[in-house]
Design a protein around this ligand. Structure first.
Ligand code: ADP
Ligand code: MG
Length: 314
């Protein structure tokens, strides 16, 4: 055993691709690909904690609520987030148990349904900008604004969508439980979808809020909580690039925190996609992490060994 520790952050695509319809069978097949990579990483001697996105799944749950709202009460966003953690956690648990067994490893796997503490004074609450859930017509959007007070934005050519705040994660309510399981050798799946955002109310009680915490930001926090050496962020591109999407695109194999910051400032990593991943890598390294790697799902084990993906160092 190398005794090394890693937090693996699975992108939304690892579980459901944009061109798929979202059947259980499709999600199981995708999760199996991810699980084989994670088993390979565990076989290399790593202690592993896993976190994952939930955008497509929570989108489907919200749409299901919308379609059924005349028959059954619609659930608030925090409850939908918890539902998605349970669903994805179940699929991952089962397929990881199978992949570990196939790799000849006897390692327990458990999902911890996680609440992420956020500050109700976070400036994001005054400026909701994360689009979630189904697209609506202009008429529906006006009604939702009036009846529910939702903030709606127009997405050119596709209609209207609800936007919610994306506050920064401060701590994981279940952080201590996660650390205990991780220290005992359990492969922990935690803080799916960034965790359910909660604020501290009067008397110290927790209350779920209508917001979404960025999963890459939460991954950096989770990595700090378990004291990980490595943060491995898996998405659908092989490398982080400069001038992405342009003819002069240049893949980055390695960069320092300083260089990463410069490229961020120069606008190479946009806010809704690559930006939060690079920022999470920077935050993790500045908090004492050894290595941060951004890579594609199918080369996860190779990337962790330094043979693929973009490596960011202090
Ligand atoms: P995930 O679901 O894994 O979080 P995102 O869609 O949020 O995935 O982010 C990954 C996407 O970021 C890639 O598919 C790519 O289209 C986009 N992207 C934007 N800028 C860059 C860049 N500079 N280098 C690589 N990919 C980039
Ligand atoms: Mg994303």
């Amino acid at each position: 055993m190398s005794g090394k520790t890693v937090v693996v952050a699975l992108g939304g695509n690892a579980i459901l691709q944009h061109n798929q319809t979202g059947t259980a069978a499709e999600q199981i097949a995708n999760v199996r690909r991810a699980s084989r990579q994670i088993a390979e990483i565990a076989a290399a001697g790593y202690s592993v904690a896993v976190t994952h996105g939930n955008g497509p799944q929570v989108g489907d749950i919200l749409l299901r609520n919308e379609l059924a709202k005349d028959t059954l009460p619609a659930m608030p966003l925090d409850v939908c987030g918890a539902e998605s953690q349970g669903m994805i956690g179940y699929l991952l648990q089962q397929s990881m148990q199978e992949a570990l067994r196939a790799a000849g490893l006897d390692r327990p796997v458990a999902t911890v349904l996680t609440q992420t503490l956020v500050d109700d004074g976070d400036p994001a609450f005054g400026n909701p900008e994360k689009p979630i859930g189904p697209f609506y017509t202009a008429l529906q959007a006006r009604r939702l604004r009036e009846e529910k007070g939702w903030r709606m934005v127009q997405i050119p050519g596709r209609g209207y969508r609800r936007v919610v705040p994306s506050p920064r994660p401060i701590n994981l309510v279940e952080g201590e439980v996660i650390l205990r399981l991780f220290s005992a050798g359990v492969i922990v799946i935690a803080a799916g979808g960034g965790g359910v955002p909660v604020v501290v109310g009067p008397g110290g009680t927790l209350r779920g809020v209508e917001a979404v915490v960025d999963k890459d930001r939460t991954a950096a926090l989770l990595a700090r909580i378990v004291g990980a050496d490595d943060l491995l962020i898996l998405t659908d591109v092989e490398y982080v690039a400069l001038n992405y999407g342009q003819p002069d695109r240049q893949d980055i194999h390695g960069m320092t925190v300083h260089e990463a910051r410069e490229h961020l400032t120069a606008g190479h990593f946009p806010p809704g996609s690559m930006g939060p991943k690079v920022e999470a890598a920077i935050r993790f390294l500045e908090a004492g992490g050894e290595r941060a790697t951004i890579a594609s799902l199918d080369s996860a084990a190779a990337a962790l060994a330094g043979r693929s993906g973009t490596r960011i160092r202090r």
